[in-house]
Design a protein around this ligand. Structure first.
Ligand code: BGC
Length: 745
């Protein structure tokens, strides 16, 4: 399967704005916007109060009402963000029992971030958007862009890593790709929803600089550059007020500063107050149990905070209709941009192109962490391969919470390897350990029976024997989206690998030193054996083509080019939130159930903390190896202007100095050498992925402006101070190959 030439060139370039294309509509966006506003005016002039109230809250688990009398369609949402969720019952999370709702699972968003390839952000969005459109959804609940503050966060796999710039760049492509189908994204979970433990009651307290520099940029990029049509308020509180109707986040920043013209949707059950919802910009309420009684009532939807209680306040003259009209206008805009767009394309489901996209994103996101020569597999010499570990066989698309899917197919790592190696090498499998044998989420089952009641010692002994008899051993383990293992609603309980996997790895190593460890997770994990194991690969949750992508990389059909979107700490103490005791917060002593969580590490998140404290992580942010080698040299900088008209062009040569074709990610960091406040040692401000044949050289060019130099000053806002700056170019945050300097005035 190959991505068609048409698809990869014309459509992606059109989305990037470099060629014109007839999708989704040839009408100019300005005149389309005017049309939409005129249609909204017309509809609003005919709507009754009751009809207006009717469109701003849910009518089922995933839909809100339209105005049938006026031909305004219902609004249908779907999770998100890795595939289109199967249909659930009207008022129940259980399966509706449809047989036409299986989808392609795309790799988890951490993998997308690990590709460091912005075109793949677009391809991802375009492909998943087509699936959403085919399933007739107006809103896709994703992407998730919360920053990976701690590796214990259960939902990091749904996000784009620890760096605000990288997350923002990848999110913009996703947003544009999805919305080119006439399907809205819903960027989540705005904002500072960085852990799952106590997720409904955590009060995140971050200072203004931390908020602006770390936690908001990816949301801002998705809204301002991506043009997101909706955004989801988080469950948590921010500075004492619930995020879904937080005056500061919603009124001041999102709708005020960023000029967001879309709809704010509550997370499912995130609304807590009618009054705050009215005045603090919540536009659409979803998932509330009832009127706060935490129990289902008959006709629960009428008791939503933004249903009857709001209508009553208006009828009694206690609040006016100005806020309501603004909400209705935004919801109608969302409908007219999506379901109500006559030129909306039709979408497609489970197409060859979507599988090819999933496979490619998976292949480009896999990170080769360490390689002492075992990869790519030498199929001349390797005749027998032992594959050990539960994750080699476990279906990973079911589980993990709301991103759980019902897939048309999922290729496991073992099946992918067996298929690729058929006729080349014998593949023998042993489980090694038993982790999570379940395989069900909300009524979707994997159909796998992973129960194994043999004693652990017997299961391990079998694996050790198989390992000893093989030429190479591939251990495939990690986490698995069970509770506390990368899942919504719970954080991990420890940084270590669970189920005794460290002992299994040690035992395999003692039996056969030719050991490759493939870790599957959406988060960093402790690897106490890392210096002894010769080859380590980070595989993420790769979706439908998981095994195909992994087999391509292990055999060298595809040269690995993924780089870490998060720091791989040697231990949790290297992470600022943990080192400073700022996770998971302190429960209040006042009878409330609030947990105050102060972001004590401030802007020093991920590599910013590690570098400030001169720590040596196991693998640094941005790290990723290849089967070839690259030289990065001849960096030059040209600057012009001063203050806000400052511009710089940085050029650098990249050469593939090895024997095979491959892609390298060149990362550009900016370091402010003279500043009145303590800044991170350096910050990512640009990157480019370049594919080169053996011996080929290319010159890359990066444009910088004063925005790339700024920090957030509590009093003055964004500001760059005059002085010396370095621009560092490298292939990881710890492998800087070139430095150029300039003076900023
Ligand atoms: C999750 C959201 C999800 C929603 C609908 C919530 O519990 O936090 O991410 O989109 O449910 O399933």
């Amino acid at each position: 399967m190959k991505i068609t030439k048409f698809f990869s060139t014309v459509v992606l370039l059109a989305l990037l704005g470099t060629v014109s294309c007839s999708c989704p509509s040839s009408q100019s966006s300005d005149s389309r916007a005017d049309d939409i506003e005129a249609r909204i005016d017309d509809v609003m002039s005919k709507m009754t109060l009751h009809e207006k109230i009717g469109v701003i809250h849910a009518q089922s688990k995933f839909s809100s009402a339209g105005v049938p009398r006026l031909g305004i369609p219902e609004l249908w949402c779907t999770d998100g963000p890795h595939g289109i969720r199967p249909e659930v019952l009207w008022d129940d999370w259980n399966q509706a029992g449809w047989t036409n709702d299986s989808c392609v699972a795309f790799p988890a968003l951490t993998c997308l971030a690990a590709t460091w390839n912005q075109e793949l952000g677009l391809l991802y969005g375009k492909s998943i958007g087509e699936e959403a459109r085919y399933r007739n959804k107006a809103v896709l609940l994703g992407p998730g862009v919360n920053i990976c503050r701690t590796p214990l966060n259960g939902r990091s796999f749904e996000y784009l890593g620890e760096d605000p710039y990288l997350s923002g760049r990848m999110a913009v492509g996703y947003v544009k790709g999805v919305q080119s189908n006439g399907v809205a994204v819903c960027v989540k979970h705005y904002a500072l929803n960085n852990n799952e433990v106590d997720r409904y009651t955590t009060n995140a307290i971050a200072d203004e600089r931390t908020l602006r520099e770390i936690y908001l940029p990816a949301f801002k990029a998705a809204v301002v550059e991506g043009g997101a049509w909706s955004i989801m308020g988080g469950y948590n509180l921010f500075r004492g007020q619930h995020a879904c109707h937080n005056d500061y986040l919603m009124n001041k920043i999102l709708k005020g500063e960023w000029g967001f013209d879309g709809a704010v949707i509550s997370d499912w059950g995130g609304t807590q107050s009618t009054e705050e919802a009215i005045f603090n910009s919540l536009d659409l309420e979803y998932g509330t149990w009832t009127d706060g009684l935490k129990m289902g009532l008959t006709n629960a939807y009428d008791n939503y905070y933004m249903a009857r209680p709001y209508e009553k306040l208006i009828e009694e003259g206690k609040v006016g209709t100005k806020e309501l009209d603004d909400k209705v206008r935004r919801v109608l805009r969302l409908i007219f941009r999506t379901t109500g767009d006559k030129n909306r394309p039709f979408g497609s489901l489970c197409s060859d192109e979507h599988y090819a996209a999933a496979q490619k994103i998976g292949e480009e996101g896999i990170v080769l962490l360490k390689n002492e020569g075992l990869l790519p597999l030498d199929l001349e010499k390797t005749k027998k391969i032992a594959v050990v570990g539960e994750n080699a066989i476990k279906m990973m698309t079911v589980g993990g919470g709301s991103s759980s899917l019902k897939v048309q197919h999922e290729i496991s790592p073992l099946d992918g390897l067996k298929k690729r190696l058929a006729g080349k090498a014998e593949v023998v499998y042993a489980r090694g350990y038993v982790g999570d044998a379940s395989g069900e989420y909300n009524g979707v089952t994997t159909g796998q029976d992973l129960s194994d009641n043999r004693p652990a010692s017997v299961i391990l002994a079998e694996a050790v024997k198989v390992a000893a008899e093989s030429d190479v051993v591939i251990f495939i383990g990690g986490l698995n989206k069970a509770d506390h293992m990368d899942a919504e609603g719970s954080d991990r309980l420890e940084y270590s690998l669970p189920y005794g996997q460290n002992e299994v790895i040690e035992a395999l190593l003692a039996a056969n030193k030719n050991l490759i460890v493939v870790n599957i997770s959406g988060n960093a994990v402790a690897m106490p054996w890392a210096d002894k194991v010769p080859t380590i690969v980070q595989d993420w949750y790769l979706g439908s083509e998981a095994g195909t992508s992994l087999a391509s990389v292990l055999t060298g059909d595809v040269n690995p080019s993924g780089h870490l979107p998060m720091t791989w700490y040697a231990s949790l103490e290297q992470n600022g939130a943990h080192a400073l005791g700022a996770y998971p917060g302190v429960k209040r002593n006042d009878g409330s159930d609030i947990t105050d969580l102060e972001y004590k590490e401030g802007v020093f998140v991920g590599y910013r903390y590690v570098e400030k404290n001169n720590l040596k992580p196991l693998f640094p942010f941005g790290h990723g190896l290849s089967y070839t080698t690259f030289e990065v040299d001849n960096a030059k900088i040209k600057t012009s202007g001063s203050g806000d008209s400052f511009k710089a062009t940085v050029t650098v040569d990249v050469t593939n100095t090895g024997k095979v074709e491959g892609a390298e990610v060149v990362q550009l960091y900016v370091s402010d050498l003279e500043c009145s406040v303590e800044r991170p040692v350096k910050e990512l401000k640009g990157f480019a992925k370049v594919n080169l044949k053996a011996g080929e050289k290319q010159t890359l060019s990066f444009a910088l402006d004063s925005e790339a130099l700024k920090f957030y000053d509590e009093k003055e806002g964004w500001k760059a101070e005059a002085g010396k700056f370095d621009v560092l170019l490298g292939v990881s945050s710890a492998d800087i190959r070139q430095t150029v300097s300039f003076d900023y005035k």
